[in-house]
Design a protein around this ligand. Sequence first.
Ligand code: NAD
Ligand code: DAU
Length: 350
Amino acid sequence: MSKSILITGGAGFIGCHVVRLFVTKYSEYKIVNLDALTYAGNLENLKEVENAPNYNFEKVDIQDADALDLIFAKHQISDVIHLAAESHVDRSISDPMAFVKTNVFGTVNLLNAAKKAWVGELDQHLFYHVSTDEVYGSLHDGGFFLETTAYDPQSPYSASKAASDHFVRAYANTYKMKTVVSNCSNNYGPNHFPEKLIPLCINNIKNSKPLPVYGKGENVRDWLFVKDHARAIDTVFHRGKPGETYNIGGFNEWKNIDIVRLLCQKMDQKLGREAGSSEKLITFVQDRAGHDLRYAIDATKIQKELGWDPSLQFEEGIELTIDWYLANEEWLEHVTSGAYQQYYKELYEN
Ligand code: NAD
Ligand code: DAU
């Protein structure tokens, strides 16, 4: 096979869309999905590719350096697309160390494993690090995040992602590794774990439970359909210039409260409920500590240099997303049982 690509975090939300895209689009590549299967990793996300001849799964924690060396040797890994991470800001506030261990220590382990496996031929292999717009901090006075915007992370999650980005660039500079980094805005779509705003609200509206809006709901996020992010990752992996950074975003800013209202309206229609009934579930709760006000990506560079564009309008993407959750009740039931219920109780019911 022409390439043997290690995709980390492939059982998570974005990772499963990337794995599915690469397995089906590139039958000539061997795809190795490496994932520790934390609460956020779910092999049910990969049912449609699990029997494909070019798909492989390895249950490994990126904190385990010896196990990573074995995987590089076993699969003769030629390139890495690194998505594995602790990804939820609220969890980073209650347990920052988990984010240091996976996002910082785990990323450095992975860089070391790649450096060791590719010794003498570092210029022939790509280490692609998938990161977030949150590393740039919070926008208060208008403007957009550019690739040149100074890092200013404000939460333990974004601080850990910023540190991992710095390590990747430091390995490129020091050891001449071929690396690329992309920083993306908020994703939404199928397979999104229901601790995040959009799937949490869809699940709660369905079950007529309160919709917890932090603070006044005035915070702004730029939303991108997850399959468009997967397409962007494909584009950057194949056409991105080594050493470069690419910002990825949807040109699609929404205040949280407006998204929650939109979900209420759409779901009232789909569930045959009286118009306005779900909006009564909106409950303003205590704000997230250190809550970033606004994120907004300027994605002109990837548009102009690599020819990528978001393909879906938000209204269309949100319809698809709601329909997916309503059609996949079993998936939702599986991921919201047990540990999730305990987490939800601790965060919202104390
Ligand atoms: P997710 O939480 O849904 O999935 C993370 C995956 O990583 C899970 O499958 C989990 O089991 C795995 N994982 C966690 N710790 C691990 C470890 N120590 N070893 C191996 N596997 C481990 O996350 P996501 O939303 O799909 O995000 C994927 C990546 O994209 C992350 O790096 C995140 O920072 C970045 N990102 C996310 C968004 C977003 O809106 N969700 C936006 C921009 C960037
Ligand atoms: O910007 C990219 C980032 O987007 C990614 O790097 C993160 O991994 C991803 O989780 C996401 O971070 P956010 O904190 O923006 O996403 P979340 O869905 O947690 O929250 C979106 C907004 O909604 C945020 O302003 C907080 C608010 N919110 C969230 C939840 C879970 C609420 O008002 N109520 C809630 O219950």
